[in-house]
Design a protein around this ligand. Structure first.
Ligand code: ZN
Length: 281
């Protein structure tokens, strides 16, 4: 074999290896298969593309015990919240609740119980009324601060995490404000010392056609297979089916190597896990 032939063969092998490496890489970062469940009820129900794997942790699923799951419940509290809190407590899991002020006023004991259980209560919105909060920053900050103060007054704990109604990438806000109000809202909450979080796994339980308990379990577990950090969206909204799904979800995630944690500024690290913060639109 002459030198040119050898070089050509080696180049061919190199190209083949590069090709398969690229195929593995792109398969890994390609978005998860979207659920074929019924259309979603609100713009909060969408999941972004997976995070690239952090260099230090190897492939997803290869480092049991290092994976973090954050159960998050939006829009409560409600009548069934005590049942949800019992379920979490029985399973030894703490969660993060992004509450609505008007609901919290009706169920202040639920907030006290969350605080007593070590759950985290974050600011979602006092009114959750898009046409009001996204009209201008004056409305946004008044609504935000009313809930922030209420949480502190009822539980004695000052909140430091928040989630924007509709998520940070919602475009609904554009109907109510000509400015790019989401960018301003992000700057505002950060200047107030808050970390905002979206989600990278959606249970889909708030879809117009309510999924069954098993579908909710499958939605969550299948999306978490691609994750080392999973911020999982549920709605605490009187749909008791998903409460029945929670123990199975907890068991499933534990067997996949996930630990359960609550959101706080810096955990998870948003510079590393970018999918838990959507880009403001
Ligand atoms: Zn909401």
């Amino acid at each position: 074999m002459n030198r040119t032939k050898r070089i050509l063969i080696l180049a061919g092998i190199g190209a083949a290896l590069l090709g398969s490496a690229a195929a593995i890489y792109f398969a890994h970062i390609s978005p998860p298969a979207r659920t074929t469940l019924a259309p979603v009820a609100q713009p909060e129900d969408s999941a972004p593309a997976p995070d690239p794997q952090p260099a230090s942790s190897g492939l997803a699923g290869s480092s049991a015990g290092q994976k973090q799951a954050f159960l998050t419940f939006d829009d409560g509290p409600c009548k069934s919240t005590p049942e949800l809190l019992d379920t979490l407590r029985e399973n030894g899991v703490q969660a993060t609740f992004f509450v609505i002020g008007l609901q919290a006023q009706k169920y202040p004991d639920a907030l006290r119980q969350m605080a007593a259980d070590g759950d985290v209560i974050g600011v979602h919105s006092w009114t959750h009324k898009y046409s009001y909060i996204y009209q201008n920053m004056q409305n946004f900050s008044a609504d935000f601060n009313q809930l922030k103060d209420y949480i502190q007054q009822v539980t004695g704990v000052a909140p430091d995490v928040c989630r924007f109604p509709g998520g940070t990438s919602n475009t609904v806000s554009r109907h109510y404000s000509k400015d790019h109000i989401m960018q301003q809202a992000v700057s505002y909450v950060q200047s107030e010392g808050f970390q905002y979080y979206d989600w990278n796994v959606s249970s889909g339980e708030a879809a117009a056609k309510r999924p069954s308990k098993d579908e909710i379990v499958n939605n969550v577990l299948s999306q978490c297979q691609k994750r080392t950090v999973a911020v999982i969206l549920f709605h605490d909204d009187d749909n008791e089916d998903y409460i029945q799904a929670v123990p199975q979800i907890i068991d499933g995630l534990r067997s996949m190597g996930f630990d359960f944690e609550t959101l706080s500024p810096g955990n998870p690290d948003v510079s590393q896990y970018k999918s838990v913060q959507f880009a403001p639109q």
